[in-house]
Design a protein around this ligand. Sequence first.
Ligand SMILES: [Zn+2]
Length: 254
Amino acid sequence: MARERTVVRGIVLRSVDTKESDKILTVLTAEKGKISVVAKGARSRRSRVTAVTQLLAYAEMTLSESRGWQYLTEGSPIMLFDKVKADIELLALASYFAELTEAAAYEEAESGAVLSLLLNALYALGELKKPQVLVKAAFELKLMATIGFEPLADACAYCGRPDPVDPVLDIRGGVVCCKACGGREKFSMPLTGGSLAALRRVLYGDPKRLYSFALAEGDLARLADAAEAYVFTTLERGFKTLDFYKGLRPSASL
Ligand SMILES: [Zn+2]
């Protein structure tokens, strides 16, 4: 019986060595969401698929299904993000993006928007050399919005004022509000006028220009703190790749 073959385009979010010279990959595709793929012999020197089984490889992959498993039979790289991988800090940040995406993405679900978001973030880091803190914050916020947790940021959620007084992001409620209206101390991340404007731009602006803005250092720091706290609260977990990244930048400048 002929095995069913499919061709997908996807990025490797995780690559785990298994017995002999095989790997098991977690791949994010537009059509099928997050899938597991077995790459037989991927670690052997004679393998033709080695390049596309590396972390963050974006490739066209031919898969063949057998007994419920997808096997990688051919792969042709589209983008390998070599400039990201050549820099230890960028690689660490990109590894966090991959772990975060894996936690946020669904199986068997159309995931084109999440895939584009990740590819554009890696391009912004490696090719466009955008500031790491800015890319990280915008990626985190837009990813949460894309998977269904878009914070309400157009006005104070309580009094309706378009420009909240002492604005905060309530990371538990997923709303922006005036500090005095509804800011719960434990869950309120303080924003500035500039960081609130940037938050709105990330959520409501053109996704193709997601990483094309500049922000004063203090505004960017507030946005970054709020974005990270929003991810932890929404997904109810931390990320060891993020701890590693932060360890590389103990006194990180923006
Ligand atoms: Zn208010």
